[in-house]
Design a protein around this ligand. Structure first.
Ligand SMILES: NC(=O)c1ccc[n+]([C@@H]2O[C@H](COP(=O)([O-])OP(=O)(O)OC[C@H]3O[C@@H](n4cnc5c(N)ncnc54)[C@H](OP(=O)(O)O)[C@@H]3O)[C@@H](O)[C@H]2O)c1
Length: 481
């Protein structure tokens, strides 16, 4: 009896400690979910810098990488970082053709100059050699695409198919948050939210202004940007000026559908690609911390009737990328006529999903003066409040892209389905993190997301075929045959 009592007390204390730990963990999880964040850190990062020369007999090898939206922000920085990384970590017999897209010749020229200047600085800073020694190992190829004009998407696919034999990486980076028709930032609401909860306000901002119901009407090739028609803001009962049957949801088309058609158009090239011997090509979809399950209505994937077209496009990106080649998600017609589940064992590319967390770019279309205020606020939430999702610079915002670009395929596949995020520590040290995604648990897509994925893949494919027929486009787009 005597000896049992202390044990009982000890057990009670232990039980209380366990209860507290559970409560704390639950609170932390709720907090993480609020921020869309997770605490997992990349434990395999040490593989990233490996130069993979297994099976490399020193014969020349050519690699091809396509990056969309390359003239500013994250896309521009990715071009610089990817190219420098390739040159510094791959053996001298590896050559990279970097194809980057912009929307005008002037932007292409500026982008080329910027990449070359950045490369010169990075390589001169490296101990291995001078920049001149690397020039034979890369080719920069500017390309044009406006993702809201399907003719332009078809033209780029055709150009790539006729110019190259394969593609090894495709980064689907281009994206819009606001549109020419309107949008931006509600500064008053932003300031109020910041004082209430600064980390939340600047991680999943709810003070973005978006034009609702905006569609883009497709015009002939080479007529520049497709015409946009502004819809009337509102919820389910909104009167949309131009019916979605006559146009395509603007933000959806720029962020998802244009890319989807592009990937379909170059699928044959991707099937021939692979980032190392024995590995497949990689398609990297750019998401954000904004997309929640509630933002996507599978009956309105273009979000022409809904409230948050940007958030909807990012949730759709998550769903498409995560359910690609899962048991139910992919519409087999995407992989080629008559394709079956066995196609997943063929050379179909791997889809990876990343997000840059929060970076100071011009995506919100803010006034230049406000940009500096925003920058200061980002540093406050990172350094003082300890936000894990404010890498701030575009270079650091590409940490997740670089990780999925260079990590070994078997390591990535072992981790299962993941949304990789560019996190960072208080002082800006890079940490690639897994991100909480509703419907995804422990690297596996749950049944609900599978079902939404099936519906979304089906609808995307339906729309792709319909518009290809209407525009007479595609130019012999095939699958992975
Ligand atoms: N910055 C962030 O904190 C953040 C957070 C989460 C996710 N992201 C995502 O990261 C990606 C890059 O964003 P960013 O911050 O770097 O923005 P950004 O600086 O505005 O760059 C966007 C790029 O996309 C291009 N683009 C826009 N619409 C296009 C269209 N219809 N066709 C072809 N290209 C088009 C832009 O070209 P133009 O110059 O010709 O417009 C520009 O090159 C986006 O997908 C965005 O959603 C960014």
């Amino acid at each position: 009896m005597h000896s049992e009592e202390p044990i009982g007390i000890a057990e009670g204390i232990e039980e209380e400690k366990r209860r507290r730990r559970r409560r704390k963990k639950k609170e932390e999880e709720e907090e993480d979910l609020l921020h869309g964040a997770d605490i997992f850190e990349d434990s395999d990062g040490d593989d990233v810098d490996d130069v993979d020369d297994d099976d490399d007999d020193g014969t020349p090898q050519n690699f091809y990488c396509l990056i969309t939206g390359a003239n500013s922000g994250l896309g521009l920085s990715l071009c610089c970082r990817f190219l420098a990384h390739f040159l510094l970590t791959r053996p001298p017999n590896h050559h990279l053709t970097l194809i980057f897209t912009t929307r005008s010749a002037a932007k292409s020229l500026q982008t080329t100059e910027y990449i070359l200047t950045s490369l010169r600085k990075t390589l001169l800073g490296s101990s291995s050699s001078t920049a001149a020694g690397y020039t034979a190992r890369y080719t920069l190829v500017p390309a044009f695409v406006d993702l809201t004009n399907l003719h332009s998407v078809y033209a780029l696919s055709l150009r790539l198919r006729t110019s190259y034999q394969k593609l090894d990486w495709v980064f689907l980076n281009a994206g819009v948050l606001t549109t020419a028709a309107g949008g931006g930032v509600d500064y008053l609401k932003g300031a109020r939210d910041f004082f209430i909860n600064p980390v939340k306000a600047l991680t999943t901002p709810e003070f973005k202004l978006q034009t609702l119901g905006e569609v883009v009407v497709q015009q002939g090739p080479l007529e520049g940007k497709a015409a946009r028609v502004r819809g009337t803001p509102g919820g389910d009962n909104a009167v949309v000026v131009v019916d979605e049957n006559d146009g395509l949801g603007y933000i959806w088309c720029a962020n998802v559908f244009g890319h989807y058609c592009l990937v379909k158009g170059v699928l044959g090239l991707l099937c021939n690609g692979g980032v190392r011997a024995g590995e497949r090509a990689r398609v990297v979809w750019t998401s954000s911390l904004d997309g929640h399950a509630r933002n996507l209505d599978p009956n309105d994937i273009q979000c022409v009737r809904g409230q948050g077209p940007y958030e909807s496009s990012k949730r759709l990106t998550d769903v498409l990328a995560l359910t690609w080649q899962s048991s139910a998600g992919v519409d087999p017609t995407f992989a080629g006529e008559g394709a079956t589940a066995a196609d997943s064992n063929r050379r179909l590319p791997r889809f990876y999903l990343t997000h840059p967390a929060i970076c100071a770019t011009n995506i919100a279309g803010q006034h230049p003066l406000i940009w500096y205020v925003m920058l200061a606020m980002f540093y406050i939430v990172r350094v003082i409040c300890g936000s894990p999702w404010h890498p701030i610079t575009a270079w650091k915002g590409n940490a997740a892209n670089m990780y999925v670009a260079e990590e070994r395929e078997r390591v990535l596949e072992r981790r299962g389905k993941v949304k990789w995020g560019s996190g960072c520590g208080r002082w800006g040290d890079e940490r690639v993190r897994e991100t909480l995604v509703e419907g995804l648990e422990a690297g596996k897509v749950g049944p609900e997301m599978e079902e939404v994925g099936r519906r979304c893949w089906g609808r995307m494919e339906e729309l792709r075929r319909e518009w290809e027929g209407r525009l007479g486009g595609g130019g012999g787009i095939g699958g992975c045959d």
